[in-house]
Design a protein around this ligand. Structure first.
Ligand SMILES: [Zn+2]
Length: 225
């Protein structure tokens, strides 16, 4: 199913809501009536923002990992909706919180890129949720998105795996394309959830090997293992 088709479905859904609610908007989580479609104050209260940065060493570089919020409450629900229900309005709200992190902490970006999916997973879902977030950030800050990573190996679902198994699971799955464009560049790598840092590490590893000067990681949320 293509992204255009999903957008069309989303539009039809919104039209139906317009008729049901007589033009009134609603909270996308609890469906409470609102002046403007989005999140109500009550659901916003259940977003726990993340104010710290986690720094990891990768080859000869230090990589800063930022997250907009913790993977709990409303943010967890927004991510699930974006990932599994093609709810792009949830994606817009997630991006709003990610934009704040960039504005306050991350400067000097030449390119934004995202954690890729295998061809098979992409075909199943129809879109890459991290790429969707990336495009919204790109539009806001006028920084180009570069599609420079591929995922060549299907990985097991990380849920239920130990910390060691998660690292083993993600090893050697990512490869670089368009390496010439990356030399001495500063890259922001976007993903949905930061858990062990294994995905961020192995993507960073490939980027640094190609001569990327600086990498910052930004995820929508971070979860504890
Ligand atoms: Zn609500």
């Amino acid at each position: 199913m293509g992204y255009g088709f999903l957008k069309l479905l989303e539009f039809i859904k919104e039209c139906i809501f317009e008729v049901i609610y007589d033009g009134k908007s609603h909270c996308i989580i609890c469906e409470r009536y609102l002046e403007e479609s989005g999140l109500c104050d009550e659901c916003k209260r259940y977003i726990v923002l993340s104010h710290n940065v986690y720094t990891m060493r990768c080859l000869d570089k230090l990589v800063n990992c930022y997250s907009a919020a913790y993977y709990t409450g409303t943010m967890m629900e927004l991510i699930r909706r974006l990932k599994y229900k093609s709810d792009f309005k949830s994606g817009e709200i997630i991006a709003y919180y990610m934009k704040d992190r960039i504005r306050n902490f991350i400067y000097d970006i030449d390119f934004i890129t995202y954690v890729p999916m295998t061809k098979k997973s992409l075909k199943l879902r129809g879109y890459n949720q991290s790429k969707f977030l990336c495009n919204l950030l790109s539009k806001e800050f006028n920084i180009p998105v570069i599609n420079c990573l591929t995922k060549t190996k299907e990985t097991k679902d990380q849920i239920g795996l130990s910390q060691e198994q998660r690292w083993e699971n993600m090893k050697d799955c990512f490869k670089i394309k368009k390496s010439q464009m990356l030399k001495n560049k500063k890259v922001l790598l976007v993903d949905d959830v930061f858990t062990t840092g294994a995905t961020a590490y192995f993507c960073s590893y490939e980027l640094i090997k190609c001569g990327v000067e600086k990498i910052n990681i930004l995820t929508a949320a971070k979860s504890k293992v």
